[in-house]
Design a protein around this ligand. Structure first.
Ligand SMILES: Nc1ncnc2c1ncn2[C@@H]1O[C@H](COP(=O)(O)OP(=O)(O)OP(=O)(O)O)[C@@H](O)[C@H]1O
Length: 356
């Protein structure tokens, strides 16, 4: 297992990049702790696969270094990095049995038969295939084959890291949940450094201790699920995480107050004066609906099971609010914001209270 350091890393697929826009990965420096369970989350095209391929050695970065522990592996081929990889689609040997497929990485490294049998048994249990170990992989469903790929990715205990690239795409929804839980248990038990690429926030938030959110070739936040929810570092994180995402309003911030199109909003904390584009962000969960507060025009109320989502406009801007279970909608609803739950953004980056 190893700590992974990305040092001044950047990548362009163009031979002679000139502007920032030419880089699929903009310059970044990040440390991924040894034994961490990370999810790399972002919309299609934001650079997740590019970053993963640089870590795995499939791609050499145009700039910067990759370190595993203290070793510079920037130019080392994948085989020398001692990593396991699980891809979006199954990679299995059809002519081998399930057992042989799972044992393959261990046999390759000359592990003894007793160890292999025990380890394969444990992994087979995790993927729910302990009863089909002697079946040939040929003829199994894509779902079953992908479970074998996952198992094979997890079978070695001595890898530096395990990299997963959208591994549950072909798995049925119920099994998805089960495998994610199992992966997390295995992580707790063996403490591998795991990097899990996904564009699905539920997958990222349930799997990872730390979620790395990417946007437009940059890591915009590396944080716990709670940090991403409570204090999104960038407006993209606010908007991307949550269902619906954070409400963002252009506003003038002065001291403890924001002016949102003439409405005065108590921010719950003091802010230094901010020049340039300023927004305030509040999660729909922290927008209070009652007969007190700011006037709102409501366009719809959606019942989504456990709660209702109220959609409307506040001072001319779109707003979403959550009506929690048991709460009723007043005849003339108005909105209030929980002051301590408002975030302030300057040029899309979060500003901490008391600082510019
Ligand atoms: N081989 C390539 N040659 C040129 N451009 C590429 C290549 N691979 C990716 N790109 C570009 O680099 C950017 C980042 O792509 P990347 O595949 O890393 O994103 P992603 O977040 O993994 O997206 P997805 O979820 O769709 O796989 C995109 O603009 C993409 O078009």
């Amino acid at each position: 297992m190893a700590r992974i350091t990305l040092e001044n890393l950047a990548h362009s697929y163009l031979p002679k990049p000139v502007s920032d826009a030419d880089f699929a990965l903009k310059q970044m420096t990040h440390i991924w702790d040894d034994g961490g369970a990370y999810a790399l989350l972002g919309a299609s095209g934001c650079g997740k696969t590019t970053l993963l391929n640089i870590i795995s050695g499939l791609l050499t970065p145009s700039q910067g270094r990759v370190l595993f522990g203290d070793r510079d592996v920037t130019h080392a081929p994948t085989a020398e990095r001692n990593i396991a990889q699980v891809f979006q689609f199954p990679v299995v040997y059809d002519t081998m049995t399930v057992r042989e497929n799972l044992a393959f990485p261990l046999r390759n490294r000359g592990k003894d038969a007793g160890y292999i049998a025990a380890r394969v048994g444990r992994i087979a249990q995790m993927i729910g295939m302990e009863h089909g170990l002697d079946r040939k992989a040929r003829g199994l469903t894509a779902d079953a084959k992908q479970k074998i790929s996952l198992g094979r990715g997890m079978v070695r205990e001595d890898v530096n890291a395990i990299l997963f690239d959208e591994p549950l795409t072909v798995i049925d929804p119920h099994m998805k949940w089960e495998l994610r839980t199992q992966l997390k248990q295995l992580h707790r038990q063996f403490g591998h450094t795991m990097i899990y690429v996904t564009h699905d926030q539920t997958e990222a938030l349930t799997f990872a201790d730390k979620v790395v959110v990417m946007h437009d070739g940059r890591v915009v936040q590396m944080g716990t699920p709670e940090e991403l929810f409570e204090t999104p570092a960038h407006t993209f994180v606010g908007y991307f995480i949550g269902s619906p995402g954070m409400n963002l309003f252009p506003a003038k911030v002065q001291g403890r107050e924001a002016d949102l199109g003439g409405l005065r909003i108590d921010l719950g904390a003091d802010y230094a004066p901010l020049a340039g584009e300023t927004k305030i962000g509040i999660r729909p969960e922290y927008v209070q609906i009652s007969d007190q507060g700011h006037p709102v025009s409501i366009s719809s109320v959606e019942d989504v099971g456990r709660h209702r989502i109220l959609r409307g406009r506040l001072a001319g801007h779109p707003v979403n609010a959550i009506l929690h279970e048991g709460e009723s909608l007043p005849a003339e609803p108005r909105l209030g914001f929980v002051p301590g739950r408002i975030n302030v953004y300057h040029d899309d980056w979060r500003v901490a209270p008391g600082k510019v």
